[in-house]
Structures are given as structure tokens and as C-alpha cells.
Design a binder for this molecule. Structure first.
Ligand code: ADP
Ligand code: ZN
Ligand code: ZN
Length: 655
């Protein structure tokens, strides 16, 4: 006998509550996971969805009832989302419940008064007439979506080429056809400036979700989508699951952003999930970026995605900025021990005189203003996380993973030497340095400290946009898709820090950051200039970003990935064992390693096991190994088996 686990109320918060029914012989071949069915429930017959199929059950089969029929009238949208959940479970190796909780809106009460939904400006900004290149992209994309193969479209447009206008036109045409659209954007670019462009054009048709909404508010917003009260949903990852009845278009802006990969189970990639939902819904999928991920571009080169180019900047009179690479080793040789090269200082002075704006981007990825000992060379680390502590104003050290804070010691904890000092700099230090050099300049600093309060991020950007400051200093959060027409100089400090991260994507991340940062300058009229300060002036991630030459970066990066069998040249699986006891984590990883070795019998290559890049986070030890293998399916099979082994907590990702 075969049994089915069935959820009967998909808007219930415990979707894990499923009821068991018998699958009648006659329906066997038709019933699959995700199939909508009708079942007897008390005295009624109600509809539900199959989430599990088994040969055994804990319940006495005598007491079970059979499924009545397949529900041909079931709402197609639920069916679609459940199929998406099934795909998620298979692809990312999570449980069905985790997948269902991700894709289905959970019903929650909305508190009577909520303040999170601030009204966005309505009004009439007449939309810009598309230029020839934008129009060609719109028409090409729509033509692809009408063709039988309907491949996802990559919109590869340089910074400032006007991708947003293309998105708006695609959404408009989708709405004209009576269908709905989803626009995914990275959380960080959910700014007033970006959103107001959409609400001005589409007014009350737009729903916006973001991480600050309560579960109830989000549910309500999704209900409006289901009922047809809105036609456009904008938001980060989770907006992808808006239950639109006739979804026609999914657009993923800045598709290369790491924020599209969920960091808790299911650890799904929203770009892949968007492609899947597009397939299930019969909707077109657009992946937009000035720096497409190597993976996406590679898929387009294999002709599995269609590709459309925007090669020119859209705003009247704007052109690509002039980029200079400044070798900081030379500066040191010539006696400049400071953080700003002489050239950048001159550039800042000149812009201040001309009353133009300046952005200073401090690339701190993989690094923070750490404190090291000049005698023994050791860096002061967080006792709980094994990452370097960061110095902050007021002589304190903070861990950015767990928040642990201590006073600045006056002697090295390892060797007792009094010669300990900050190595490199953080945004605060850059700020005080710039202040000292240019006392008359008005400065806004954006980093984790100045943006932790609600809406702070937005307010600071708005103030800068309105010309209330001359210089904006910040971390990665200042480089994402903001349009500041008065910025004519972008200084990039420590461009190569992100190259030192121990990950095969370090060069890709660096290239993306530098290209996006460089793209902030000279976006309207005035000539833009970019200065990249680096200790690796010859690295292709730096030189290609300076030349704004994606293709040549891509070619060199792909050659490197092929050489070392990194994705997309092959598949890779990362297995991490986690435990509060170091020996348990070590024993766990050994078990997983041994199992993998005997499963693969020499196929592929296993590297490790070793301590993970960050060996300890919040007092949990992390040991890992990676497997490179040409066949992703094979790794998925191994992953599913590893998930079932007894032992410590594990986290397994395939890329
Ligand atoms: P991207 O997202 O591709 O970096 P944006 O969409 O932010 O670029 O557009 C860059 C600038 O060009 C914006 O100020 C926008 O208003 C302007 N712009 C876009 N399309 C046009 C157009 N067809 N004509 C004039 N200006 C345009
Ligand atoms: Zn020391
Ligand atoms: Zn810590």
C-alpha cells in the first residue's frame, strides 16, 4: 500500500502538519508530490496538496481514508508554488517543510496599526523615452519570451546604461497584457530613490516587501497579489514567491549579488529559483547586471540564456569615467605612508573647489581595521569566532560576527609587547583623516555603525543626493546602484583587500565591486574620474575593472576556473561539520569524509578536511572539506546520503 502526506490548509503557519491518506490503486500513476487532491476531512470533502509519498506509515492503516480524487479545480498558483518547493528540496537538499515554509505565505494577524509602510511618493514624473539601444533590448527580450524555447534573458548593460528604464518598460508591457510582474532587488538597494522611480510610474499597482515588514504585513501584501489588487511586487529574495495568479515576468536586478543566496536553510539561490518559477509559471525571466556572475554569463555563452547588451550610458552627456590605477607600493617607496595617495588628495581638493561631490569607497571585504602586534605579528582575534577584532572609536575592539566587545588592551595578549597598533584602516579612520586634511569639507560616513538604526541608510543617501555633504565615505553599501549625478570623483581605497579572501570567487567579487564602484562616477553630464588605490595593480580583476572590460575579465577568470576545475568548469560541494565541541566536529567531518571517499571511489577530488575559513563562529567549531567533481547530479546524490548519516550538525552546499 502507498500513503500520501497531505497538507490541507496551506495558509496555516504549521505547514509541517500533514495528514496521512491512502493512495487508491486507480490514482497511483497520477499522484505525485505537489499534486492537488480532494480528501475526506471530518464530514466534509476538502482540498489539499500531496507533500510526501511513502510505503509505510506510523498510523494504523485501518484508520486511514483514501484520497477522494485529483482536484482539477485547485488554484493553479498553489500548485505552482508547491512544485517550486519540491524543486527546492531536490536542488538544495533541505526538508520539504523548510521548502514549503519558504515558498508559501504564512498567515499571520496584522497588528491594527503598523508604521512600517511609509507612503511612497505618487505623482507624475514623466517616464523617459527609451533610446534605441534600450528599445532594441525590450523588443528582443519580448520576442525571445514569445518564442517556443523562451530562454531566460540576460540584460548585460554597463553601469548607467539605463537598465531600470528597460525593466519599467517590460513591466508596463506585461501589465498591458493583463499579467503580473516581480522585480527582485538586493535588500541594500531598496532605497527611496530606487523605489520612488517605480511608484511614480505604476502608482498603487506596486507592492513592496522587505525584511523590516512583520510577517503579518508581508502576508497581507502577498494576499493583495493573490486577489489581483496589485500587479507588481518589488523586493529582495522572498518577493519571488508572491502568489500572482498569472505571472508574466520576473526581473532580477543586479543578479550577481551574493544577497540572492539565502544564508539559512533552504540555502537557495534566488536567481536559480527565479528561472525555475519562470518555467513553472510560463513567465519570462530577465537577469540584469553590469557585471553578470561568471556562472550566468557562462550559461549565456552556452546559449541556454539569451543575452542583450546595453553598451552606452543613457543620460544625456554622460560617458564612462576615466580610471587611474594608483600603485600604493610606489607611494610608500616615495615616502608617503598615508592612506591617501597624493593624486587622490589633489583630486579631492580640486573637486571641493569646484563644488562637485566625491565618494570614497573603502573595500573592507575579508578584512577589517584589525589590531596587530609589531613585535610578534599576531592579530587580536575574537575568542569566540576566530576572526580579527575591529577597533572602534572610544578605544574598544568589537567582533563583527558575534558582537563581542572589549577595551583596547595596552599590551599584546600573546607576547606582552607594548607595540600594538591598528593595521590598515576602517571608515572611521578614513573619515578623521579626511577631516584633518580638508577641515571645510562636509562628510557623511556610511558603514555598519552609522546605518544600524531604522531608515538611517536611506536618510544618509538622501542627504548626500540633495547635496548636503561634499564627501560620502563608506563600505560596499555605497556602491550599489545609487545614482548621484553630482559625483565626479570616486576614490577606491585598498582595492585589493577582497582578493585576499580564501575563496575561488575572490577575483570575481573584487572585479564586481570595483566595476560597480567605478561606475558611480560621472553619471550625468560632468566628466567622471575614478582612482583605484591598490597593492596589486597588475591583477586582472583590477586592470579589467579599470578598463570596464567585462569580457576580458570573464575570459581570464574562466581560464583560471577551468585550470583548477572550479565552477562553472565543474561542480563543487562544500561540506561543513559544526559542533560546540571541537572533537565532535572533527569526528563528524571524518565520518562524512570517509563516507564520501568510499561513495566516490576515486572520482573527482576531495580537498581537506581542514578547519573552515572561519574556524569558529559564536562558539561553534567548523571543520570542512570540499569535493570537486564534473557531475553535479552525482554530488547531489552524495549530499542526500550525507544528510542522512548520524553525527553532528552539517551544512552542505553545491555550487
Ligand atoms: P543602470 O541601472 O543601468 O546603471 P540607471 O537605470 O540607473 O542605469 O540609469 C542611469 C541614468 O540614466 C539615470 O539617471 C536615468 O534616469 C538615465 N536614463 C535612463 N534611460 C534614459 C533615457 N532613455 N534617456 C535619458 N536618460 C535616461
Ligand atoms: Zn605580540
Ligand atoms: Zn565573535
Amino acid at each position: 500500500m502507498r500513503f500520501a502526506g497531505i497538507i490541507v490548509d496551506i495558509s496555516n503557519k504549521d505547514v509541517d502538519k500533514s495528514y496521512t491518506y491512502i493512495i487508491p490503486e486507480a490514482l497511483r500513476s497520477e499522484i505525485d508530490i505537489g499534486t492537488p487532491v480532494t480528501v475526506p476531512f471530518g464530514k466534509r470533502t476538502i482540498s489539499g496538496f500531496v507533500t510526501e509519498i511513502t510505503d509505510t506509515t506510523d498510523v494504523d492503516p485501518e484508520k486511514l481514508k483514501p484520497i477522494t480524487a485529483i482536484d482539477t479545480k485547485a488554484a493553479a498558483i498553489e500548485h505552482q508554488l508547491i512544485r517550486l518547493a519540491v524543486w527546492m528540496k531536490d536542488t538544495y537538499g533541505c526538508t520539504m517543510n523548510q521548502a514549503l515554509k519558504t515558498v508559501l505565505p504564512v498567515k499571520r494577524k496584522v497588528r491594527a496599526r503598523t508604521k512600517n509602510t511609509e507612503p511612497l511618493p505618487l505623482g507624475n514624473e514623466p517616464p523617459k523615452a527609451l533610446n534605441a539601444e534600450q528599445l532594441a533590448a525590450v523588443n528582443g527580450i519580448l520576442q525571445e519570451f514569445r518564442s517556443p524555447q523562451r530562454r531566460p534573458a540576460v540584460l548585460f548593460g554597463i553601469t548607467g546604461s539605463g537598465k531600470t528604464e528597460v525593466y519599467m518598460e517590460l513591466i508596463r508591457r506585461t501589465m498591458d497584457a493583463g499579467r503580473q510582474a516581480i522585480l527582485l532587488i538586493p535588500e541594500i538597494s531598496l532605497t527611496y530613490q530606487n523605489l520612488s522611480r517605480f511608484t511614480r510610474v505604476f502608482g498603487g499597482q506596486v507592492g513592496i516587501v522587505h525584511s523590516k515588514l512583520s510577517a503579518g504585513e508581508k502576508y497581507e501584501c502577498f494576499e493583495r497579489a493573490r486577489k489581483g489588487e496589485i500587479s507588481v511586487m518589488i523586493g529582495p529574495r522572498s518577493a519571488l514567491f508572491a502568489p500572482f495568479p498569472d505571472l508574466g515576468m520576473i526581473i532580477v536586478d543586479e543578479e550577481h549579488e551574493g544577497a540572492y543566496i539565502s544564508d539559512s536553510a533552504p540555502r537557495y539561490n534566488a536567481v536559480e529559483a527565479a528561472v525555475k518559477r519562470g518555467e513553472l509559471a510560463g513567465a519570462g525571466v530577465v537577469l540584469g547586471s553590469a557585471t553578470p556572475s561568471v556562472h550566468t554569463f557562462n550559461t549565456a555563452m552556452d546559449r541556454k540564456y539569451a543575452i542583450f547588451l546595453l553598451k552606452h550610458r543613457a543620460a544625456a552627456g554622460s560617458s564612462l569615467p576615466h580610471v587611474d590605477i594608483i600603485d600604493m607600493r610606489e607611494e610608500l617607496k616615495e615616502g608617503n605612508k598615508g592612506m591617501l595617495s597624493r593624486k587622490l588628495e589633489d583630486g579631492i581638493r580640486e573637486r571641493l573647489e569646484k563644488k562637485e561631490q566625491i565618494m570614497l569607497f573603502l573595500n573592507r571585504r575579508g578584512y577589517s581595521g584589525s589590531i596587530s602586534c609589531r613585535s610578534c605579528g599576531k592579530v587580536i582575534k575574537c575568542p569566540h569566532c576566530d576572526v580579527s577584532m575591529t577597533s572602534h572609536k572610544g578605544n574598544i575592539l568589537k567582533c563583527h560576527y558575534c558582537g563581542y566587545t572589549v577595551g583596547m588592551p595596552d599590551r599584546c595578549p600573546s607576547c606582552g609587547s607594548p607595540y600594538i597598533a591598528g593595521f590598515g584602516a576602517g571608515t572611521q579612520k578614513v573619515e578623521s583623516l579626511v577631516k584633518k586634511e580638508f577641515p571645510e569639507a562636509r562628510i557623511i560616513r556610511m558603514d555598519m555603525d552609522t546605518t544600524s538604526r531604522k531608515n538611517a541608510h536611506e536618510k544618509l543617501l538622501k542627504a548626500f543626493g540633495e547635496g548636503k555633504a561634499d564627501i560620502l565615505i563608506g563600505t560596499q553599501m555605497i556602491v550599489k546602484g545609487h545614482d548621484f549625478p553630482r559625483v565626479t570623483l570616486m576614490g577606491i581605497l585598498a582595492a585589493d583587500l577582497s582578493l585576499n579572501v580564501s575563496s575561488y570567487t575572490a577575483a570575481e567579487r573584487t572585479f564586481q565591486l570595483l566595476t560597480q564602484a567605478a561606475g558611480r562616477a560621472g553619471r550625468a553630464g560632468a566628466a567622471g574620474e575614478v582612482m583605484i588605490q591598490t597593492y596589486s595593480p597588475d591583477h586582472y580583476a583590477v586592470t579589467c575593472a579599470a578598463a570596464q572590460d567585462y569580457i576580458s575579465f570573464y575570459k581570464q577568470e574562466l581560464a583560471y576556473r577551468k585550470l583548477l576545475s572550479y565552477p562553472p568548469a565543474g561542480a563543487m560541494m562544500n561540506v561543513v561539520a559544526l559542533d560546540e565541541q571541537e572533537e565532535n566536529a572533527a569526528a563528524g567531518i571524518q565520518t562524512f569524509y570517509d563516507y564520501s571517499a568510499s561513495f566516490l571511489r576515486g572520482e573527482g577530488k576531495i580537498i581537506g578536511p581542514v578547519d573552515a575559513g572561519i574556524a569558529k563562529i559564536k562558539d561553534v567549531y567548523r571543520k570542512q572539506f570540499i569535493i570537486k567533481h564534473p557531475d553535479r547530479e552525482r554530488l547531489m546524490e552524495l549530499r542526500d546520503r550525507l544528510q542522512e548519516l548520524p553525527g553532528c550538525l552539517r551544512q552542505i552546499d553545491i555550487s
